[in-house]
Write a protein that binds this ligand. Structure first.
Ligand code: FES
Length: 523
């Protein structure tokens, strides 16, 4: 319990005369309002944008209205009845000596908990600016931004109907950048990455109910787990993973099985693989508290992911995988894959299957080349069949998939055939949307260190309302930064990232959608 800190209100006669007064003490501005025989004391700064509540209107039922944006505060109950953030109320006491206020702050833990509760409350109407204010209050009370992310994950992981998405997938990259900013004392900037993570979660779960996971638990074994995923049996897969956690298994123990499940198909155009890698990074950053929520969310993604290798466009994947004998010894370079369609790209892979490192370098460079030479008119086009819809994000996933694969297959080399053939799926599909004749010289990056500083900095004020856009930018930039430190073909990686980050991106295709809808329905 907090200790009271009563202070006497000087000049309280003003309150009697005017019905309201502002009392200033130790940096606080407290508004006192007298209504009939009651006295209320609240912060004078409106919790919305700080305008003075002393200018507000008071109704007969003790509702104080801030006239700037019409937020309303019930002085009797302490509730914010219109608006969002809570208004601080102070206990009032009157005795023979005068009027007293208890200005003691609540204990830091209580303020932090309140801020966390309020962040969650702000999800209901996606109150972005309120999220920023509550995060600031959390930190002011001695809390940490990452504490808020942990809390948001725990409260919301079951509201993603089809499991993990980019909100969790991009969190590790955002938080790692945010931590760097905090270290260098850039306080305003450091709030942005965590706000990106939290607002993205809020965006994705807006108006979503809970989709509870089973609480059953079964002894874990790898084969049963992989079969459960293959058979799209969420109940069994989740029960097994709960069992694994009970047995004391960690993410690292489970990662080989998660990676195997993710690579078992060309899942959601490679998203599942990216999520496995990013889940590991996020758990490593945020700790054991998020282990179970993130794993369950990831498993749900693995269950619901579209198996793109089963559609005709990528169906050759199974055949190519069966042909993979790790004996193909033909030397390989990036230009071997350039502009090759899907099936030919996979066949070309098999010819060099003995040398996965060289294959990775060649196809990775090709994925970057596809971005550098992306035919932008494809993104703008309004006149093509739905199967040929393509956007920047169709291309950038190739790079983030490669980044995840370099790490995961480095740890589990038996997964290289799947990873490489899926990279061929990316490159083969995207090759159809490139224009190799365009002049791309202006995208060259001469000073990589300065490039990363500038581009990360620009992420702080990207201007895109949809988190799906900014999260891809941070993921691509982080992946390219990680990879270019290791790779000989860094110049093309950097140029591709430069072009992607600094080219227009069309986010709404009204005419295209109208034409495609009519074409489909009226056919
Ligand atoms: S500042 Fe009070 S409602 Fe906006």
């Amino acid at each position: 319990m907090k200790n009271a800190q009563w202070v006497k209100v000087e000049n309280s006669i003003k309150l009697t005369e005017k019905g309201r007064m502002v009392f200033r003490h130790a940096g606080k501005q407290i508004l006192l309002v007298a209504q009939e025989d009651k006295v209320f004391a609240v912060d004078n700064r409106c919790p919305h944008e700080g305008y003075p509540l002393s200018e507000g209107s008071l109704s007969s039922d003790c509702t104080l209205t801030c006239n700037w944006h019409n937020w309303k505060f019930d002085l009797q109950s302490g509730d914010t009845v219109v608006g969002g953030d809570m208004l601080r109320h102070y206990p009032v006491r009157r005795d023979g000596e005068g009027l007293w206020l208890d200005i003691q702050d609540a204990p830091a833990e209580a303020i932090q908990q309140k801020a966390l509760d309020n962040i969650q409350a702000s999800f209901q109407r996606y109150e972005y600016a309120r999220m920023a204010r509550e995060l600031t209050r959390l930190k002011q009370a001695g809390g940490h931004y990452e504490q808020a992310v942990v809390d948001c994950i725990k409260r919301n992981y079951d509201r993603f109907e089809y499991g993990m998405g980019h909100a969790f997938g991009a969190a590790a990259d955002w938080l790692s950048y945010g931590a760097e900013l905090e270290k260098t004392g850039r306080e305003d900037a450091a709030l942005v990455p965590v706000l990106e993570v939290i607002s993205h979660i809020a965006w994705d779960v807006l108006r979503e109910k809970s989709f509870p996971f089973t609480t059953d638990s079964l002894p874990y074994d790898r084969d049963s787990f992989l079969l459960a995923i293959e058979q799209e049996d969420e109940h069994l897969a989740v029960a097994l993973v709960r069992g694994a956690l009970r047995q004391g298994m960690t993410y690292d123990d489970l990662e080989p099985d998660l990676a195997t499940a993710a690579y078992a198909h060309y899942n959601d155009f490679g998203h599942s693989v990216i999520y496995v890698y990013k889940t590991g990074q996020l758990i490593a950053r945020l700790g054991a508290e998020v282990l179970e929520p993130l794993l369950l969310s990831l498993i749900r993604n693995l269950i619901y992911a579209s198996r793109e290798d089963l559609i005709p466009e990528f169906k050759y994947y199974g055949t190519a995988l069966a042909k993979w004998d790790s004996k193909g010894s033909q030397p390989v370079k990036a230009s071997d894959f350039r502009e090759l369609p899907i099936k030919k790209a996979m066949d070309r892979m098999v010819l060099s299957s003995a040398n996965v490192k060289a294959l990775f370098a060649a196809i990775h460079e090709t994925l970057a080349w596809n971005i550098l030479y992306f035919d932008l008119s494809r993104d703008q086009s309004t006149d093509h069949p739905i199967a040929r819809n393509v956007s920047w994000l169709s291309l950038t996933h190739g790079l983030t998939f490669a980044n995840a694969s370099r790490e995961l297959c480095g740890r589990y080399p038996e997964l290289w055939p799947q990873a490489l053939l899926q990279m061929a799926c990316f490159s083969g599909r995207n090759a159809a949307y490139t224009d190799g004749g365009q002049d791309v010289s202006r995208w060259s990056v001469n000073d990589p260190a300065a490039f990363f500083v500038l581009e990360f900095d620009q992420l702080l004020d990207h201007g895109f309302p949809e988190p799906i856009i900014s999260c891809h930018r941070v993921k691509v930039l982080s992946a390219v930064q990680e990879d270019t430190a290791l790779l000989a073909y860094a110049p093309i990686m950097l140029a591709s990232a430069n072009r992607y980050l600094n080219s227009p991106i069309k986010r709404k295709h009204s005419l295209r959608i109208a034409k495609q809808a009519r074409q489909f329905v009226l056919a």
